[in-house]
Write a protein that binds this ligand. Structure first.
Ligand code: PHE
Length: 338
């Protein structure tokens, strides 16, 4: 019996050495120490042994069982430890690896420029108003003193939706909508999209304008010059020189186009300014009495000025961009530069 016990103990110990998985250990445990295990069954025969030898064998049996259980615990622990080490090795992070760059979005240069222009006029006390992009012939032309057969309509390359409905060709219709609803004093700007059927380096079918309108009891051309000078100098630098050049718009009289001294050559003459030294930035003028009559204001009492500028044009001058279409091609190499 003693020999058999030792043999079983050795057998179990060998089996444990070869075991690499938790399942195998559990199996060995059942095989030797389980209710029907080899050692358990052997010890059932203890009662057949003569009583004088029983205690010694019993002690040995207990030692062997304890020792085997200890070995089983140790094997299990070492397997668990090995699995943990393997898992850690797999989860290992190489913290010296350089990270992946996350590209952060930003505002479109047209939006950026628009916000900048709006901020300047907000600082001068102007209020922001918006009007519809799909407009009636009446607000876009008729009320602005541009009747159906007026040659000025040729300048606009209008997208018509029907005879009476069109995509607004400028933000000036907002002037009419505001004056119809409000009495003077009025001091608003109206940023938004405008549309003309035209496409080349300085025109896109959709572009942006900011309209300005200031109306009251004694608004003069001096106010127009003052406001637009402050605007241009805040936008392009406080040394910026301005030129008010006589022009024509059916809804302003007198009218002026405003030029700034060329941002590239400072008036010396270069390719950007076609050797003139000046760059046109906007159209403006004193609101025509005919327009006041349309909205029911008395032109003898009320005066005002209006202006309209292309936002892309301002952005092009500010950032030195020579093709307006770049704004709308969504090339990240271009947009990422702002
Ligand atoms: N609406 C004109 C244009 O688009 C600009 C303008 C606005 C001129 C207001 C005078 C007064 O060309």
């Amino acid at each position: 019996m003693k020999d058999k016990l030792t043999k079983l103990f050795n057998e179990a110990s060998e089996a444990l050495k070869d075991a690499t998985k938790e399942g195998q250990i559990a199996q060995i445990k059942t095989e030797f120490l389980g209710r029907k295990g080899k050692i358990t069954l052997l010890l059932r025969g203890l009662s057949d042994i003569s009583p004088d030898k029983r205690p010694a064998i019993g002690r040995l049996a207990n030692e062997i069982k304890t020792s085997l259980e200890e070995k089983i615990r140790a094997s299990l622990a070492s397997i668990k430890e090995r699995q943990k080490q393997e898992r850690l090795a797999q989860e290992r992070l190489d913290i010296t690896l350089s990270g992946r760059k996350v590209s952060i979005g930003k505002k479109h240069p047209v939006t950026e420029t628009c916000n900048e222009i709006v901020d300047i006029f907000l600082g001068l006390g102007f209020q922001i108003i918006e009007g519809p992009e799909v407009e009636s012939d009446y607000y876009n032309f008729e009320a602005l003193n541009i009747p159906k057969d007026h040659p000025a309509r040729d300048m606009h390359d209008t997208f018509y939706i029907s005879d009476e409905v069109l995509l607004r060709t400028h933000t000036s219709p907002v002037q009419i909508r505001v004056m119809e609803k409000q009495r003077p004093p009025i001091q608003i700007i109206a940023p938004g999209k405008a549309f003309r059927c035209d496409s080349d380096v300085s025109h896109t079918p959709m572009f942006h304008q900011i309209e300005g309108l200031m109306v009251g009891n004694d608004i003069t051309f001096g106010d127009l010059k003052g406001v637009l000078t402050i605007f241009a100098q805040q936008m392009f630098g406080d040394k910026t020189r301005l030129r008010f050049r006589p022009s024509f718009f059916p809804f302003t009289e007198p009218s002026a186009e405003v030029d700034i001294q060329c941002v590239i050559c400072q008036g010396q003459g270069c390719r950007l300014c076609s050797s003139s030294g000046w760059l046109e930035i906007l159209g403006s003028g004193m609101v025509d009495p005919e327009v006041f009559k349309v909205v029911g204001y008395d032109p003898d009492e009320i005066t005002g000025f209006a202006f309209g500028m292309g936002i892309e044009r301002i952005a092009m001058l500010k950032y030195g961009i020579n093709d307006i279409r770049l704004f709308f091609e969504n090339d990240m190499r271009f947009l990422g530069q702002f």
